[in-house]
Design a protein around this ligand. Structure first.
Ligand code: DUC
Ligand code: ZN
Ligand code: ZN
Length: 468
């Protein structure tokens, strides 16, 4: 099967040009000046004139079916990857989980069992380490060498669940420095947060808004700083701060990066668009929709301005979603009367490409940076480049024809995620995902779905291109 994507403006990390993209089978074979391609015979031509042609989105942070707070994230690999495809994402990197006390490889096998035969797009895994001990450190080496798992997430938050203390973190970082893996850090001081949570509950402060109030920016900044210091002690182990939300934490990352350190960070659309005040203004228990960790920050502080600036100047490398959806009914409702029991997470895997494009429309980001933060850098950061993340000969034919003149209105009635609400209800984007191609196959066209469950392949990843 051959396909010609004709007349679009191809956007890459270093520039744009009008070009035709020739696809044979699953691969891009040529990116041609339009004057060449009239002579080519293909099975199908997709007209992309007036549209952008970008690499398929790579969401480097999702949690399909994540067990959390007595329930599990409501999107399966089936529903979540289909929704991702609708939104122009053609690869996800999900987090396999080693629960505390579990053998790492058993946790990984359980994740493979959840995903295999279910995914609509290609997928890879990071590994959450829920218990760093000698066996887990050995397992890290084995996963890097044999399993294509080259990044490990640790938690400075959630004492008693996923939490690692500083000694465990340092050991995992030392191991990563040796085997070339990336350490991903949930940087919040969970011990101090738990004190604030208990104090709030003791005062009868049980509403969802107290979730954010008991997770102050200072405790994100402190943990970020501590993670950076521990990585320095571990011979500059590569460190990636996940879901960074606060200006104060960004300052710590920026300082390390300006010093030439091996430190990177991502933010998420919720921190670029939603605020604590959205949650505060919501009636009754509605604020639970926006309970996630790190939490939403106040609009009266310059977090959003600083995050957009960080994306422009590469202090922030990537926008991922931290897609971790829970329905209100029977899930978020577990925290009625006690905010600390609300499962943490926002679903957004379907909206990331659009929400970051809105930053281009608003003059906050260049087209090139849009593509870099949603596709090219995630591929490079997590060992998928150049198979993924770029429109060039030899790469997988994963691409999106994006219509800058279209409109996307986000809401529960139209989204495809398995959620009974939307964190972005009513948000309108001046742009629209038109056609989505995954390994040479048109899986979405004009809002219609043509893909199928099970076509997505597991990707064994290499080491990060940013490894120093
Ligand atoms: N944060 C969330 O909001 N959900 C899942 C885990 C996490 O760290
Ligand atoms: Zn996290
Ligand atoms: Zn997460």
């Amino acid at each position: 099967m051959s396909l010609l994507v004709k007349g679009g403006t191809v956007v890459g990390p270093t520039g744009t040009r009008v070009a035709d993209v020739l696809i044979e089978g699953e691969k891009i074979v040529a990116v041609l000046d339009p004057s060449f391609s009239p002579t080519i015979t293909v099975d199908e031509v997709l007209d992309a004139s007036g549209k952008y042609v970008i690499p398929g989105g790579i969401d480097a942070h999702t949690h399909m079916e994540l067990p959390f707070g007595g329930t599990a994230a409501s999107d399966t690999f089936d529903t979540g990857t289909r929704a991702a495809a609708y939104g122009g994402t053609t690869t996800i990197i999900d987090f396999a989980v080693q629960r505390t006390g579990e053998v790492v490889q058993d946790g990984l096998a359980a994740w493979h069992a959840k995903a295999e035969g279910e995914c609509h797009i290609d997928y890879a895994f990071h590994m959450i380490l829920g218990g760093v001990d000698a066996d887990a450190l050995k397992a890290m080496d084995q996963l890097v060498a044999d399993e294509g798992i080259t990044s490990f997430k640790l938690f400075m938050a959630y004492p008693g669940v996923f939490y690692s203390d500083d000694g465990q973190i340092l050991r995992a970082m030392q191991t990563a420095r040796e085997n070339g893996a990336m350490i991903m850090m949930h940087a919040e001081n969970g011990i101090a947060i738990d004190v604030l949570v208990q104090q709030a509950l003791a005062k009868g402060q049980t509403d969802p808004i107290y979730h954010g109030i008991t997770r102050p920016a200072a405790l994100e900044a402190e943990a970020t700083n501590r993670a950076i210091a521990l990585a320095e002690v571990a011979q500059d182990c590569p460190l990636y701060i996940v879901h960074l939300s606060a200006s104060q934490a960004l300052e710590k990352v920026a300082e390390a990066r300006h010093a030439g350190r091996n430190v990177f960070a991502e933010t998420c659309p919720q921190y670029l668009y939603l605020t604590l005040e959205d949650q505060l203004g919501a009636p009754g228990f509605e604020g639970a929709k926006w309970v996630c960790s790190t939490p939403l920050r106040s609009k009266h502080e310059p977090h959003q301005r600083d995050l957009w600036k960080g994306l422009r100047n590469n202090e922030l490398a990537i926008v991922s979603t931290d897609h971790c959806p829970f329905c209100m009914k029977d899930q978020k409702e577990l925290g009625l009367g006690d905010f600390s029991k609300i499962p943490n997470g926002i679903g957004g895997v379907e909206h990331r490409v659009d929400l970051v494009f809105q930053g281009v429309v608003d003059g906050k980001l260049s087209l090139e940076r849009w593509v870099e933060t949603i596709a090219t850098t995630p591929a490079r950061m997590f060992g998928l480049y150049p198979q993924k993340g770029i429109v060039q000969p030899g790469s997988d034919a994963d691409l999106v024809i994006y219509d800058p003149n279209g409109t996307t209105r986000i809401g529960v009635e139209t989204h495809h995620m398995n959620m009974d609400h939307s964190a972005y209800e009513g948000v309108e984007i001046k742009g629209r995902v038109g056609t989505v191609v995954s390994r040479g196959e048109v899986i979405v066209a004009d809002g219609n779905y043509h893909g199928r469950k099970g076509r997505g392949k597991f990707l064994k990843r290499g080491l990060s291109s940013y490894l120093m």
